[in-house]
Design a protein around this ligand. Sequence first.
Ligand SMILES: *Cc1c(COP(=O)(O)O)cnc(C)c1O
Length: 441
Amino acid sequence: MNLEKSLAAFHEAKRIMPGGVNSPVRSYANVDCNPPFIARAEGDRIYDIDGNEYIDYVGSWGPMVVGHAHPQVVRALQEAAARGTSYGAPTLLETELAKLVQTVYPSMEVMRMVSSGTEATMSAIRLARGFTGRDKIVKFVGCYHGHSDSLLVNAGSGLATFGVPSSPGVPRAVAADTIAVPYNDVDAITRVMEEQGDAIACIIVEPIAGNMGCVPPRQGYLEVLRQLTEKHGALLIFDEVMCGFRASLGGAQAAYGITPDLTCLGKIIGGGMPCAAYGGRRDIMMHIAPVGPVYQAGTLSGNPLAMTAGLETLRILTAEPEAGEPDKSRILTLKTKKLLLGWQEKAGEAGVAICAHQAGSMFSIFFSEKEVFDYEDACAADQKAFAVWFKAMLEQGIYLAPSQFETLFLSLSHTDEDIARTVAAAGKAFAAVARQRRDLF
Ligand SMILES: *Cc1c(COP(=O)(O)O)cnc(C)c1O
């Protein structure tokens, strides 16, 4: 595969942007190769400036669930752009998108549109603090909620620890109000809530984790979070920025039957344009300005192009199925299952142990013999093997996320033929992993 132009473009970009990128993981730092620079994308295909074509399982990190450049989305966007790209004033589109979202997420009785997942979670946290009058929050190790100060705390492995910033620049005093607890560990969260529950404003969780690879909750775990928050007067925030419209149409809350107090959505809700939302119980949301005292605003919030892309994407996703056809979510789930079964079979043939996880059309594999339940387990997986596998897939025209801690995504535009091609490529990539391991010994 020739990546000469991409390499030159990367060198030039690195002179003017940190790492040559506007978001760190795009730099391919974890897999020690250079990123293809992208020229265009259509359906499930993405094309780099060197003319290489790939089957895309990144989907812009989640949003592109109907495929790239879907004609219905593109047409609507072109028409919307011709009417002006931003007004900073109310539009019909905002109410329309909010109502459509609410039909799928009835727990979001009232919601607000923002421009990124980071903004959605940051605002939901502020609201939880403003509503409860408490400062402390709980998050889980390995869950990512965007890069706001309070949430950029990880605290590493081990049991409940007082927040240690994951990044220089996060004030220690801010981090100290964030308690990080291992994910999927009932005893750990129960202990923290028993000890400090009356000082805790909220528990924020990725109800299906997607930022340590895809790690679904253990049976009964989300129920425990719901019970503990109710018992201690804290709010439960589901960050469904990734798993919303993905794990199932109604996200984790529909799949597991748990109603959070607040929900954050992002990624798919904007259909590839900058849009996210937070919302939930009416009495809580009424604390947001201008109705209430908790301030939150945005010049481009509810942007007409973002609303348009989100609306068209969700319309395609929620469309009534043809007679005898399963709905779109089901189709995505079945296709993803087929792909993962293929990968597992090929891994078995190559003698490479993997742990495969799926939640709807979110999926990932860990090079691990053990089941992965939390961040510590994910870190224990063989990352060198992942890098070998990743590069072998890229060279065969399969575009995956360049880190084992990222989730992969399938779209409606992936065909059975594309899946078969991807499974065949995986066979060679697993063989490359097996070869590399033999060479090491
Ligand atoms: C992507 C993501 C975010 C952050 O969204 P941005 O739009 O990148 O700011 C927050 N939470 C989760 C669960 C995410 O996957």
